[in-house]
Design a protein around this ligand. Structure first.
Ligand code: ZN
Length: 360
């Protein structure tokens, strides 16, 4: 298909090949509509921001009051700027007793590891690495089956965080997911897709320590019973990426090499997206920049023409080596038909939730 002939949202530049994308009568996609509903008032109205901040402060207070162990909050950190900034805020501005937690997905960059060491040491925050013997098998399996490293990470991280919060009696989890700034993804964080991929040749027994008996049910019940509160901190603060990079650099000597500098697999992911859907990460990143009024749609289209199609990233060799697969196997994985993994009823429930409720 020629790029010029692809229909795009009339506000952002997401193409019709984005999974689940719908256009309304004005040709605007549901992600743009959802963004406007969710963040429009927040961006325009200081009173809305003040109210959101009070909601956040209440969640923090409850986390402090109802902790069942030593810590007020669990802060998952990847070594990237957003999660490290959340840790800084939690410790320096909110004065919380924090436990920092990292799920090692097998693709952490040396820069991310160094950032974690620097920031946790300087803040005096205890830090736990969750390093699982199953992870390399999982990574290899997902690369072979899907061409994407992400499946081996998204769900295990969420369940790993929950396990750690339970173990330490922590009620409050402070995530660094910057949903207002960060681009959306064409693949959801869907536990049923994860399970179906694992069951195709690996088997759930191989990941028993990650998956547990009823991980989704346990997670949902803890949320319902008020034993677990999950907060995306960047939702409640001004979140200027350049300013955050500069501050973490000056304060801790942390370094960040472009977007997603914490994961070796980031470029491979973007490349696999292009191969599968006909668009790469720049399409999603530039669309989000249009929504937050950082650039115009015309500028975005102009930049996109220079950034896509992406070339096969050199880092794919390092990804292959870390996972114990060949680059050819990853390429074959990216071309595999994914529909067998998206057939379960619960997958459709997860997709409807993502597209209609989260709007992402
Ligand atoms: Zn749009």
């Amino acid at each position: 298909m020629h790029r010029e002939s692809i229909r795009r949202c009339s506000r952002c530049i997401l193409p019709e090949t984005w999974p689940g994308l719908r256009f309304d009568e004005e040709g605007v996609c549901q992600q743009c509509r959802h963004f406007e509903r969710r963040w429009g008032p927040w961006l325009r109205d200081p009173e809305v921001r003040a109210r959101a901040r009070r909601t956040f402060d209440r969640a923090v207070e409850l986390g402090r009051r109802y902790r069942r162990g030593r810590y007020d909050a669990l802060v998952p950190i990847s070594g990237g700027k957003d999660s490290l900034e959340v840790l800084r805020i939690a410790r320096e501005e909110l004065h919380l007793e924090c436990l920092a937690y990292t799920y090692d997905n097998g693709l952490m960059t040396p820069g991310a590891l160094e950032n974690i060491r620097r920031v946790t040491e300087a803040l005096g925050v205890p830090h736990v690495f969750d390093r699982r013997p199953e992870q390399k098998d999982l990574l290899r399996h997902f690369l072979r089956k899907t061409g994407l490293p992400c499946g081996a990470c998204f769900i295990p991280v969420v369940f790993g965080v929950h396990r750690m919060a339970r173990r330490e009696g922590i009620r409050l989890v402070l995530w660094g997911l910057a949903r207002r700034n960060e681009s959306t993804m064409p693949v959801g964080k869907d536990p049923w897709n994860f399970r179906d991929v694992v069951e195709d040749g690996l088997g759930l027994a191989a990941i028993r320590g990650i998956w547990g008996s009823h991980p989704v049910l346990d997670y949902g019940l803890d949320r319902l019973r008020g034993r677990l509160e999950v907060v995306c901190v960047p939702d409640f603060f001004e979140w200027d990426d350049d300013e955050i990079r500069r501050r973490l650099g000056e304060r801790f000597g942390a370094t960040f090499d472009g977007d997603h500098s914490d994961c070796l697999g980031a470029r491979t992911m973007e490349w696999a997206w292009y191969r599968r859907y006909g668009f790469g990460a720049p399409t999603a990143v530039l669309s989000q920049r249009i929504r937050v009024n950082r650039i115009t749609r015309e500028e975005a289209l102009e930049r996109l023409a220079r950034l896509e199609p992406p070339e096969l990233p050199p880092s794919i060799h390092a990804v292959a080596e870390a996972a114990g697969v060949s680059v050819e196997e990853i390429l074959a994985g990216a071309d595999r038909d994914q529909t067998p993994y998206n057939r379960s009823l619960m997958h459709w429930v997860a997709e409807i939730h993502r597209n209609w409720i989260l709007g992402r």
